[in-house]
Design a protein around this ligand. Structure first.
Ligand SMILES: Nc1nc2c(ncn2[C@@H]2O[C@H](COP(=O)(O)OP(=O)(O)OP(=O)(O)O)[C@@H](O)[C@H]2O)c(=O)[nH]1
Ligand SMILES: [Mg+2]
Length: 429
């Protein structure tokens, strides 16, 4: 078996950064998920980040000593380092220096299963690498006899070549991704035409989105749609999956499971996954799943809110689903309830049938609140509209008369306006 890399974690705490300790713990989890052994941690209260080495000189010296002492192979910083910080630190420590972004991208790369997710991760990694290439170039130059970074040596030529190759690869990935996304948008347009409402499960990684999705499938679906992966690990889900849900009242909507968010998500990754998360932008309702049993749930809600904003999804109504209530005491629950008074929220355990039913009750209430009730008399030549309504609305009664078919149905406002409002149909009420 290959020996695991031994890592020292490093982080600087800025004034007022309440979530610092938990983000260090999260960094540890991220390292574990990358099969890295964490041998120690070094932190400091920082007034400001130093441009050249992240920490000040003294602390960096201490870092070097600690690494030697613990026989660490790498150091992992808790936030994204600039290309020059990485370069300077690697020179100073003579060891590999990585950061939180690399870990997250590495995990995404391991978990990506679909072609699209793999391409997105590759693109994020290449974009991260591009400005950092000169680091590699630097070492090439050193091999070539200590030439400086800006000298036109053989190293520089090689560097240019590498850079061009990467740029070409990025351009190609971008083209292919645009094509894929275009294809998906077509599917989406079809859906829009049908006016089936869409609710998206969003939230922090490991909050229980996929578990909620599976429970909904279990308790509401008869068509045996495929379950999604739920697991106690960071970023279990990397692609969005959409499933059709039909309630007892015969109301149909789409539910989508999405990639989880995390604090300090690498910027390139957000951009790369934006197309996947476009499902979220299309949603009529966001169900934000919150792990109520996590001491950091507040912070996680803030991060989710910020990420949604960055994606441009901050104008969609949100239903907050405080999950894992089976893991918290009555008292703790009361505190959260008081704290969140006034928010549109619901408390549940994803594993309890009655809770899931209540959740779906709320969801349908929001999704169908603007429904219009239709009462139509259709001549037999227009009977195809019966099938249309059966497919796209909730038909509540059908009456086959001698000349006409009487149909009553609940349909979405958009559907009503598009097909029925200004039509020649005889509308009863
Ligand atoms: N006790 C308890 N555990 C839960 C509940 N909901 C989810 N879990 C557990 O929490 C872990 C994470 O669940 P997932 O559904 O995979 O979380 P996720 O939000 O989809 O996570 P990512 O896909 O990584 O973003 C799993 O081990 C679940 O079994 C709940 O209501 N109660
Ligand atoms: Mg998931």
């Amino acid at each position: 078996m290959m020996e695991k890399e031994r890592a020292l974690l490093a982080g600087g705490k800025r004034k007022g950064d309440e979530g610092f300790e938990s983000s260090m713990e999260e960094l540890r989890q991220l390292a574990l998920a990358c099969d890295i052994e964490v041998v120690g941690e070094i932190t400091q209260n920082l007034e400001r980040i130093h441009v050249d080495l992240y920490f000040g000189k003294g602390k960096t010296e201490e870092l070097r000593e600690r690494m030697e002492e613990l026989q660490a192979d790498i150091v992992i910083f808790n936030e994204e380092l600039t290309p020059s910080q990485t370069r300077n630190l690697e020179r100073f420590l003579a060891l590999r220096v990585i950061d939180r972004s690399i870990l997250i991208m590495d995990i995404f790369a391991r978990r990506a299963k679909t072609k699209e997710a793999q391409m997105q991760v590759e693109m994020a990694r290449l974009k991260y690498m591009l400005p950092r290439l000169s680091g590699l170039g630097g070492s090439l130059n050193r091999q070539g006899g200590g030439a400086g970074l800006h000298n036109k040596g053989t190293g520089e030529t090689k560097l240019e070549l590498d850079r061009r190759k990467i740029e070409e690869r990025i351009a190609r990935l971008e083209r292919e991704l645009t094509e894929l996304v275009g294809r998906r948008q077509n599917q989406r347009q079809k859906r829009e035409k049908n006016e089936i409402p869409l609710a998206a499960l969003v939230g922090y990684t490991n909050a229980g989105k996929s578990t909620v999705m599976n429970s909904v499938l279990k308790f509401f679906n008869t068509s045996g749609d495929k379950m999604v992966l739920e697991k106690d690990m960071l970023f279990a889900t990397l692609e969005t999956s959409v499933r059709k849900i039909t309630t007892k009242e015969n109301r149909t909507f789409l539910l989508t499971d999405t990639v989880g968010f995390i604090s300090r998500l690498p910027h390139h990754l957000i951009k790369a996954f934006r197309s996947t998360l476009e499902e979220v932008l299309m949603a009529d309702l966001l169900i934000q799943v919150v792990d109520a049993s996590d001491a950091d749930y507040e912070k996680q809600m803030t991060v989710t809110k910020e990420t949604l904003k960055e994606l441009g999804a901050d104008n969609i109504p949100v239903l907050y689903a405080f999950n894992k209530t089976d893991k918290v005491t009555e008292e703790e629950l009361e505190v959260i309830k008081k704290e969140k008074e006034g928010l549109n929220c619901i408390f549940l355990s994803a594993k309890k049938e009655e809770d899931i039913k209540e959740l779906i009750g709320h969801v349908t209430e929001v999704l169908f609140e603007e429904d219009v009730s239709l009462d139509l008399c259709l001549p037999y030549k227009d009977s195809k509209w019966v099938a249309f309504l059966q497919e796209n609305a909730t038909v509540t009664s059908l009456d086959y008369g001698e000349e006409e078919i009487g149909v009553t149905a609940l349909c979405r406002k958009g559907l009503y306006e598009k097909y029925f409002k200004n039509s020649d149909f005889k509308i009863k009420n």
